[in-house]
Design a protein around this ligand. Structure first.
Ligand code: CMC
Length: 431
């Protein structure tokens, strides 16, 4: 029998139902509170608010656990690929051989953009940030597809095709964004390349010379995509759910996710980490001055790549990525002074009472930038890589909303703290 919570307000006691998730997480259901009591709940930054029930991803921030559809991230990182994991996240089960082939074939079939989209890329100035191009072009892709323009909410026979189109085309758009922002000719995807190989090809090949794909580079990038593939209700995923709840089409909803991801407190942190490390290096600091500054709220500095709203023990993705970083650098025979600074910063922060007391540990972004730099990904593309990786998670969350017969538009309340009734004053009478 489910428990009830008792709430006493203005001398009256109200019963509120509770819910327990499949991993024992508990919630008090306050959805009827306003109707029965005239009170709403308030939780700035949503730190204690469950906005939905979801079957996609489980995180236990205290234990440092992350599982996609129940499977630990460590197992997927070791045994799976990004494409297979994308299928798992979106459809809820690992694909069998036939399903995986069908999914991979669909990705291949839909990887080309409408040829006229090339002219839209031309409108962006050289030097435009690829995240701006990415979100704009995902949205613009709707204009080239009748099915997206006439999106039939919940009645989509072709939903699988749109899933494949988005996962495949986001990679093509991302590569074109980079080529455009550097004034380079666009390179078409190749049918015989796998997902991550094709991305590297479109990013780095030239019309007269194919990029030489190194297996360790392909593997490292595929792992980065996989580690970013979902992360439950974060800023961008909740944005996608918010937009989806209005029944906007899949591409429009995920384009909004790209915008939410861009900020330095979220996906933009990987770029910010590398810029921070480069600044420390260029200033001749060994990291100690920066650590001191990051503890001072007036300095305007934070130790980027540290801290997480949910993980308060360790971020399991950071553990995997740190090891991958050491492996890739060793295989490619690269020494990177920024990696040395990162390691020093981590060592110093983990011993420092400021970081220990606040439970601030390295997050996924702390080492991902160093791997990406080692394999030649330009720094302005770091957050774009995160966006490509996160697409399956956004799609799975979109699908949950679309498949839920009782889904309602997201519409939070607020506590108004502005002026009470006020009156219009004619311009000439204003001071
Ligand atoms: N450096 C220095 N101090 C920090 C840091 C940091 N990186 N992160 C948090 N703090 C301090 C913060 O100032 C606050 O101190 P006090 O209690 O004295 O006011 C305390 O720790 C709690 O921080 P918070 O800002 O209330 O925590 P939050 O849950 O609102 O924010 C966060 C989480 C990730 C935005 C934040 O830790 C941060 O800004 N980190 C740096 C940016 C970053 O690496 N972001 C990537 C997150 S992982 C990728 C993703 O999933 O998006």
């Amino acid at each position: 029998m489910s428990k009830e919570a008792k709430l006493e307000l203005d001398g009256k006691v109200y019963s509120l139902p509770t819910l327990t998730g499949s991993e024992g997480e508990k919630a008090v259901d306050v959805s009827t509170l306003r109707a029965t009591t005239n009170y709403i709940t308030i939780d700035d930054g949503y730190g204690n608010t469950g906005s939905c029930a979801s079957k996609v991803t489980f995180i236990d921030g205290d234990q440092g656990i992350l599982r996609y559809r129940g499977i630990p991230i460590e197992e997927l990182a070791e045994k799976s690929t990004f494409v297979e994991t994308a299928y798992l996240i979106i459809y809820g089960e690992l694909p069998n051989a036939v399903e995986l082939k069908r999914f991979s074939d669909l990705l291949g079939t839909h990887q080309f953009l409408h040829e006229d989209m090339k002219y839209h890329f031309e409108g962006f100035p050289t030097g435009a940030h690829p995240m701006a191009i990415l979100s704009s072009m995902i949205n613009a892709a709707s204009c080239f597809d009748e099915g997206l323009m006439k999106w039939q909410w919940g009645k989509m026979k072709q939903f699988d095709v749109y899933v494949a189109k988005l996962i495949s085309q986001v990679r093509t758009i991302a590569a074109y964004s980079y080529r455009k922002s550097h004034g380079l000719p666009l390179i078409y995807p190749k049918q015989n390349y796998k997902y991550t190989e094709n991305f590297l090809h479109m990013l780095f090949s030239m019309p007269y010379e194919d990029f030489q794909l190194k297996p360790e580079v392909v593997k490292a990038l595929d792992l980065i995509f996989l580690l970013h593939a979902d992360h439950e209700q974060n800023c961008s995923t909740s944005t996608v759910r918010m937009v989806a709840s209005s029944q906007a089409n899949l591409f429009a909803s995920c384009a909004a996710g790209v915008c939410a991801l861009w900020g330095p407190l979220h996906g933009g942190a990987n770029q910010a980490v590398l810029e921070m490390l480069a600044d420390i290096h260029n200033s001749g600091d060994d990291g100690s001055k920066f650590i001191t500054a990051s503890k001072d709220k007036n300095s305007g500095k934070k130790l980027m790549g540290f801290g997480h709203r949910v993980y308060k023990n360790h971020d399991p993705r950071a553990t995997i990525i740190k090891k991958a970083c050491d492996d890739v650098l060793a295989k490619l025979h690269i020494t990177d002074p920024l990696l040395d600074i990162a390691k020093k910063l981590e060592e110093a922060a983990l011993k420092d009472s400021y970081f220990v007391e606040r439970k601030l540990y390295p997050n996924v972004d702390f080492y991902s930038g160093i791997i990406m730099r080692a394999i030649g990904i330009p720094v302005e593309m770091f957050t774009v890589i995160f966006a490509i990786g996160r697409m399956p998670g956004w799609i799975a969350n979109y699908k949950e909303i679309m498949d839920e017969p009782k889904s309602r538009i997201y519409r939070p309340r607020q506590i108004y703290t502005g002026k009470t009734v006020n009156h219009y004053v004619d311009l000439e009478a204003r001071k």
